[in-house]
Design a protein around this ligand. Structure first.
Ligand SMILES: [Zn+2]
Length: 61
């Protein structure tokens, strides 16, 4: 296993970690109810995807 020869400075370590920030989760807007939902998945609020209803609504009776 490779062993580091020289210790990196604090600035070098921190500049490497500058790209490690967590990015927000991507949401797309439902074409039917305009609520945010995960892309390529059925909308959790109206149960529609690409104009088709898949009957997975939480307000279903
Ligand atoms: Zn929807």
């Amino acid at each position: 296993m490779a062993v580091p020869r020289n210790r990196h400075s604090t600035a070098r370590r921190n500049s490497k970690r500058a790209h490690h920030a967590k990015v927000g989760k991507f949401f797309s807007t439902c074409a039917n109810c305009k609520n945010p939902h995960l892309p390529h998945q059925v909308c959790p609020s109206c149960g529609q995807y690409k104009g088709r209803s898949y009957g997975e609504t939480d307000q279903e009776s």
